[in-house]
Design a protein around this ligand. Sequence first.
Ligand SMILES: [Zn+2]
Length: 234
Amino acid sequence: MSLSDELQKLWEVQLLDVEIMSLEEKFQSLDRGEELKKRIDSLTNLYNKKSEDIKSKEVFLKELELELSSLEERKKKDEERLYKNVTTQKEVDRLTQEIQYINQEKNKVEDKILEIMESLDSLREEAPRIKREIEELETSLTEILEKAKVLEQEILASLQDLKTKRTEKIKEVDSKLLSKYEMIRKNRRGRGMSKVIEGKCSECGVELSLFLVEKLKQLDELLVCEHCGRILFV
Ligand SMILES: [Zn+2]
């Protein structure tokens, strides 16, 4: 086989290699919902926090309501005593003072109860909203994962096909030429060959010397780009 035929075969190998590399890249960069998973995690944390917050506020509210009713009880008893059983002015003063104090305490507790109820209201509105958002995102994630799975299978099948073609194709290439190509492509983005177009190396873009261009025309010697070292192919 002539050198130019050999190079033509090797070029066909490179075309397969380029296709294989681009599919492998596509496989790597498939959207597998990583961003979405992070968002769902952070929303789930937020939802759990809000739910715990609701629970602890409900407990606190119950305690405050108990406190309020016990204050009311005390007040009622003091008032009964005040109107029925007191005999001395001293006792009247003491009970009046105590009722005043209980009223102050009652106001404090009532304010606190209102505050907790308001914050519970907004939490009870917020939590289901977050839950709905999580459910929507989970639906999207399922769709993305299903799509990725289909694409993965398609890409793997194409890769398998291309690799089989490559195995067949390299049988037609001279083994020394092939190993030279393999060595060069290792450090050159997977491309060991370059087409010469208008006197330039199409891979690195460098203008080739006239001497090299003349030699290339003779088609009797394996030549490499003076700049990037790739096997040149006219
Ligand atoms: Zn070059």
